[in-house]
Every structure is written in structure tokens, then in C-alpha cells.
Ligand binder design. Structure first.
Ligand SMILES: [Ca+2]
Ligand SMILES: [Ca+2]
Length: 309
């Protein structure tokens, strides 16, 4: 039997002891390490928290991960002060050439969103301050919650982006945040760069230069010998500018190499049968989605046959 102490009833003392025992068991089950390693007295609570901050941040236990927060708050650490800045120094966007007015440039997938975190009392404006001397682009702001998105779009001035003239632009964008309190006004500023890549459209046709060719060869010219080299060019990018040559006329006498433009003899020549051959060579690009402006280009080729005595 446990006697009463200092006038405290025996039943109440028993209840208090039981409660203390339950608490010790509960702590030991929930977070056993400090109790195994250290003393079990209530004085160990402070050092237990320090242990959690110093060494147990990577664990997934709810008890342990909540400890650093309580510790930081008790130490009086304030959250970092608000800072008006872009999270990145450079952002990437792209836009197709020949896009119509007001077309928006788009970010590649998984890129960080462009814009600024703001406080509710800030009014934000974006402005392109450098890198756009032809005035193609406009910066726009769109506020969603506490984030003001930065969007880049084409102006309405009908100047058309031409990748063949300029395939990239580095825009410097300045953000201005204004805070009004009564008659006083505070202004904050931040800068970032936007790299704009202009995407190719297959808007050019191959062009022959020259457009007329003539050559004289003897009738005993060996088969598969190179006779002539025609050349066409297309300033588009990749397949849009890769050229495919073919002969328009039906002929078994000559062939043109599809990618080099070299014309070769494929049947023996006979001066007595034909002294002059005329061909039309066509150049197409290999791009898809050709526009109506994009047409095959043609060259005239004259091959004179010389008699062998
Ligand atoms: Ca082309
Ligand atoms: Ca193009």
C-alpha cells in the first residue's frame, strides 16, 4: 500500500503516478532513441530537441520532423524577409517564325515558370528594356494569386519574325513593383533575361543558281560518268532546307543524284540518233508542311553530244 503524503489523498497520488508512468511509456514507444541513450528524467527534454535538430532531420518520423520547427520557433527565428526578385537570371522561350500578331512565346516543358512572387500590396509591371531594337516583342503581366506571370508576345505592329534573318533574341526585362501607402510610394525593381528562339517554318523554296546549264560531251563518254553538277539552295533549317533533286522528263539516258545534284550518263550516247539532249531538273526540299509559297524550283540543262570520228 502507498501511504498518503502531505495530506494528498492516497487515491489521487496513485492516479498521478499512473499518469506519469503512461507518459514515460508513450514517449519511449514513440521516440525510443533519446530514452535509450540518455537519462529518463524530464531535464533531458532540451537536449533531446537539440539531438533531433542536429541529427535526425532526414528521418521520416512525424515526431522528429516536427521537432526542428518547434525548436526554430522557440529560438525566435523569423521567416526570411520578402525579396522582389526573379528566381532565375535567364529564361528560355520559343516562337515560330511568321507567327501572326499577338502570338505568345512558349516555354519548353518543365522549365521554371517566368515571373515574380509578390505581396498583395504590390502592383507589378514588366517592360522589355533591351535586346529588341526592331520592337518585335511585348512583355505582359498576369497576376495569379501571389505570383505575377511574365509573358512574352508579338506586338501588333505587323513586323514579321523571319528566322532566316534572326533566329534568336536576348531580351532584358525589368520588373517594377509599386507600393502605395497614402501619399507615399515605394518602388522595387528586378531584372531578368529571356532568350527567345525563333523556330523555323518551311517558308522558302529551293533556288537554283545558276538556273541554266549547258555542257558538251563526246558520244563515247563512259556510263556513270559525272557530266554536270547542278546546285540549288534553301536557307530553311534541317529537312526544310535539305534538297532533293530529280529529273522532270522521262529519260533513261541520264540520272541525277538526289542529294548531290550530279548528273550522270546511264545509257550510251549516239550522235547519229540525237545530237542535243534537254532536261529539266527539279529541286524540292524535304520539309513537311510546305506553304503555298514553297514550290519546287527548276533548272534547264542542255547536253550537246560531240561526234567521235
Ligand atoms: Ca524550304
Ligand atoms: Ca524558314
Amino acid at each position: 500500500m502507498i501511504p498518503g503524503v502531505g495530506g494528498v489523498p492516497r487515491a489521487r497520488l496513485l492516479a498521478l503516478l499512473l499518469l506519469a508512468l503512461v507518459e514515460v511509456i508513450a514517449r519511449a514507444l514513440g521516440d525510443p532513441a533519446p530514452y535509450i541513450a540518455g537519462s529518463s528524467s524530464t531535464g533531458s527534454t532540451g537536449s533531446r530537441r537539440v539531438d533531433a535538430v542536429g541529427g535526425a532531420l532526414s528521418t521520416t518520423s512525424n515526431d522528429v520532423t516536427s521537432e526542428p520547427v518547434r525548436h526554430q520557433r522557440s529560438a525566435g527565428t523569423a521567416p526570411p524577409p520578402y525579396s522582389f526578385h526573379f528566381a532565375h537570371a535567364v529564361y528560355n522561350v520559343s516562337i515560330p517564325e511568321n507567327s501572326i500578331i499577338k502570338t505568345y512565346a512558349v516555354q519548353p516543358p518543365n522549365e521554371p515558370r517566368m515571373g515574380l512572387h509578390v505581396t498583395p500590396d504590390l502592383e507589378v509591371r514588366y517592360k522589355i528594356v533591351a535586346g529588341d531594337k526592331d520592337r518585335f516583342f511585348k512583355a505582359e503581366e498576369r497576376a495569379v494569386g501571389d505570383f505575377v506571370f511574365l509573358a512574352i508576345r508579338l506586338r501588333t505592329n505587323n513586323i514579321v519574325l523571319n528566322r532566316e534573318k534572326g533566329d534568336s533574341y536576348r531580351l532584358e526585362v525589368k520588373a517594377t513593383g509599386t507600393r502605395r501607402e497614402g501619399k507615399s510610394r515605394t518602388t522595387l525593381e528586378a531584372d531578368t533575361f529571356i532568350d527567345v528562339r525563333v523556330l523555323d517554318a518551311n517558308d522558302l523554296s529551293p533556288l537554283f543558281y545558276p538556273t541554266e546549264y549547258s555542257v558538251a560531251i563526246t558520244e563515247d563518254t563512259p556510263l556513270h560518268k559525272s557530266i554536270l553538277h547542278v546546285v540549288a539552295e534553301d536557307a530553311d533549317l534541317g529537312l526544310n532546307g535539305e534538297i532533293y533533286y530529280s529529273i522532270l522528263d522521262e529519260t533513261e539516258q541520264f540520272a541525277v543524284h538526289p542529294t548531290t545534284g550530279v548528273i550522270t550518263l546511264t545509257r550510251p550516247l549516239r550522235f547519229a540518233e540525237r545530237a542535243l539532249h534537254e532536261l529539266t531538273v527539279v529541286a524540292n526540299d524535304r520539309g513537311i508542311g510546305s506553304t503555298s509559297r514553297n514550290q519546287a524550283s527548276k533548272a534547264r540543262v542542255k547536253i550537246k553530244v560531240l561526234q567521235v570520228s
